[in-house]
Design a protein around this ligand. Sequence first.
Ligand code: GCU
Length: 559
Amino acid sequence: MWLLRPQTNRFRVAHDLSGVWAIRFDPDDVGRAAGWSAGVPDAAPIAVPGSWNDQLVGVRDELGPAWYELRFDAPPVDGFDLALRFGSVNYIAEVWLNGEPLGSHEGGHLPFAFPVPSLRDVGNALVVRVDGRLAADRVPPGLVPLEHRHPREFFPPAAFDFFPFAGIHRKVELVATPPGGIADVRVRTELDGGAAILHVEVAHGGGEVELALDGAHFEAPLRLERPRLWRPDDPHLAALAIQLRREGTTVDRYELSVGLRTIAVDGERLLLNGEPIELRGFGRHEDFPVLGRGASAAVAARDLHLMRDLGANSFRTAHYPHDEETLDLADRLGLLVIAETPAVALFFAPEGLERRQELSRSYVEELVARDRNRACVMAWSVANEPHAHDAAAGAALAELCDLARALDPTRPVTYASHETDDPGLSAVDFLCLNRYPAWYVLPGELELGMAALAADLDAVHARHRKPIVLTEFGADALPGAHADPPAMWSEEYQAELIGRVLDTAAERPFVVGAHVWTFADFATAQAEHRPHATNFKGVFTRDRRPKLAAHALRRRWRA
Ligand code: GCU
């Protein structure tokens, strides 16, 4: 079931069940038969949210199944509709409450919820079986045959370049809402000359809807003659209050921060509020020591404040939707977001294709439902680096783009491509290209690498005549490694390469954005080309200390 992001006020309550749960691994998959769904015997304490891999001892490479359990007493919720909402469980969650199955969900990084028929006063047993194992018919895929993935061997055998952390990665909330209350909200902004028009749609179970913006009541659509629009350099948010009344009594209320802005593609330009915009920023993973992929508002705040400090105005949520609190920060700090689904490393061989496509479609639906009201979200990316060789690739990618456009006509649709003549690129509104000149291509050759990049960009532009965002480029740099003249893996080489790519992009008006790969070093599976099982392309270290490239970017972007 879809459930609006939980919030607490006089009419509804979101009980955050974060804290110390218990976990037991089930390597022989005996838990189901042993009845662990009613309670998990001999379980060890574990913090939620958080991955188990870096948090516990001895389970770094464990991908499950594992059984979580939380015992809790009922808060005062008589007369409310109850639901349990999970912000993200990677990868498959099966949920029971007091031994009764509530449901299951496949795919991390996106919320899901189940109605709760009843609660015991004391001692409710919430049990979640989490399976993070890799498979070729899951998205993102693992255990993929060599011909359908990058030729780099990882352990665990992911087909993607980040560690397959597993666990309950975000908040779990017991949500109490008034029966027939506000079930969904959709806001949309239009610009009409100098005015802004705010459209508001509210789904509810009956009654009269009352709307107020910063306290002023209005009937939707609301026309604002001299609106203060949302922009990276002035991320103004207004408080939209929705009240549901029945027989003169307010029965429910929901608040939303609204940024009035529009985003569009116009020829070879990206327009924000009708004005050309140039994206400066990063691809960013959710990754931190001990937390693994577990949500932390503090880490997200650190990252986004640092991005603003460097002069960035945007980032891409690589390679999956990021936590809702991260997007709260982006709305408030004025960072535009390319919101990406978890469909990384897709391949289109017939084996498992329908299942992978079905999952990729559901990820688009769930991502748009979750983030469509956000001022910061400027585009939907339906995939990262699909291996688009097979005949089915073009149609499959076009289907995902068309689905995103149908669900949300107000934002451009794209995906990040690492290939030159990718058959799906005709379906996107603007191109996102991942390119590694002087790293994977012409390694060590900065001059030749940039010449090759220039020729490549001009060729792709000639073929597509759409705006191009360079969504990935960069170099690994071991923190503290120095070389003069610059040499690969040194901080000097990373800074020099990034600067030259930005110069090459700046010479081309059709390149409307550049996102450095990547913001901070992050954990990968083990591989011969990943020292310490780490991708060192961060301009910050994994604990967010700056490398030379961070200082160079601040000088360039703040100038
Ligand atoms: C790819 C991919 C990233 C990866 C990067 C790299 O482009 O999109 O997920 O981390 O290259 O190899 O560093």
